[in-house]
Design a protein around this ligand. Structure first.
Ligand SMILES: *Cc1c(COP(=O)(O)O)cnc(C)c1O
Length: 355
């Protein structure tokens, strides 16, 4: 195995426990997209093992996947259920998002016994009620029909921004919606804080009894790096070739890299086809503890690095680990750290021992 992508599920569990104790709230873990492509079954099992029992996913298939394997898990489907998905939710005990009056009118008859979480739009403009009067009418209609409207939530669009003034208005808007709707109905689950908002610890959101982060339990921050989180993803590749490159010679496709001096180049068998973001090329890799620059563009299956004396075939290059943090992508404005996590193709690799 020349490439290794290792997920430290113990770190995920430790991070989850810290999030719960620091926030003083329940954890609704967002495990959409195969748990950010770190393995839906493994991540769900890990979180259940440390006392987290609430999960949110976008797709009905993922909600069903969790309920089939872990019937004790509480699962919320974030995307509006379409067609047969409402029936699947009723049969399998999956909670559904209630994001518009239109959806409610279409599906109300099929929602008996299904837990519903009403979504408020605070500025994302993806799903959710934008009109508080319409939301109030639907809350009343749920009561009249004996439906199980148990949750109220929103998703913040701007909690990751440096300037939080607009986000702050979104917080006030959600608080005002809660004030208006909670006299009509007592909500068992009130949740809004994604990873960035968890880190902000905004006291105005103390009426929320659950936080709803995605990337945070994996040990990564969507704001500035956080010292109490433990990264859980380690990526390395083995050097498969070392060759000389003379001054003036090119490397790889095109004319992007020309050697300015005689040098040695090492080839790694990992590229963007394995999920290594091309934007990541501005950060070095580490071989035998030494920093080595990435040369030219990352190819589909290969990456070139400079090879100082001492680097040879079979050496292990750290792509992400002790020296190079996935969080550096976000904090240095290179790329989105969640995008890099989700791009890694861990299902191709067995879970080897820690690097
Ligand atoms: C993705 C998502 C989250 C989690 O986002 P992070 O930034 O990874 O914490 C929370 N809520 C909703 C609705 C989401 O789509």
């Amino acid at each position: 195995m020349k490439n290794r992508i290792f997920v430290d599920y113990g770190a995920v569990a430790e991070n989850a426990r810290k999030i719960v104790s620091r926030s003083g709230k329940g954890l609704f873990a967002v495990v959409k997209n195969n748990a950010y492509n770190l393995g839906l079954a493994d991540v769900t099992r890990t979180l259940l093992g440390c006392g987290v029992s609430h999960f949110a996913v976008t797709l009905s298939e993922d909600a069903v996947f969790i309920k089939e394997r872990f019937p004790e898990a509480y699962v919320l489907q974030l995307n509006p259920a379409r067609g047969e998905e409402a029936r699947a939710a009723r049969e399998m005990g999956i909670a559904l998002s209630l994001g518009s009056g239109e959806w409610f009118r279409e599906y109300a008859d099929a929602l008996g016994g299904v837990d519903l979480h009403m979504k408020i739009n605070t500025g994302m403009n993806r799903f959710g009620f934008s009109d508080i009067r319409e939301a109030s009418a639907v809350v009343r209609a749920c009561s009249a029909r004996g439906l199980s409207l148990t949750g109220l939530y929103t998703h913040f669009a701007l909690a990751e921004e440096a300037d939080l003034s607009e986000h702050s208005a979104h917080v006030d808007l959600f608080a005002a919606c809660y004030e208006a709707l909670s006299p009509l109905r007592s909500f068992r689950y009130v949740h809004s804080e994604n990873s960035a908002a968890v880190l902000l610890r905004d006291r105005r959101l103390s009426f929320c009894n659950f936080v709803r982060p995605g990337i945070l339990p994996f040990g990564y921050s969507s704001r500035e790096p956080v010292e109490w989180l433990s990264p859980s993803v380690f990526v390395s590749a083995e050097v498969i070739d070392v060759r000389p490159l003379r001054r003036g010679e090119r490397l790889g496709y095109g004319t992007g890299f020309t050697a300015g001096r005689d040098m040695r180049v090492a080839v790694l068998p990992m590229g963007y086809g394995d999920g290594l973001m091309r934007a990541r090329a501005v950060l070095p890799v580490y071989v035998n503890g030494a920093s080595c620059e990435i040369l030219g563009k990352i190819l589909m299956s290969h990456t070139f690095i400079e090879a100082p004396d001492g680097v040879s075939v079979g050496d292990v290059a750290e792509i992400y680990g002790e020296h190079v943090k996935i969080d550096a992508l976000a904090s240095r404005g290179i790329a989105n750290n969640a995008e890099q996590l989700a791009a890694l193709h861990i299902w191709r690799y067995a879970q080897p021992e820690r690097l």
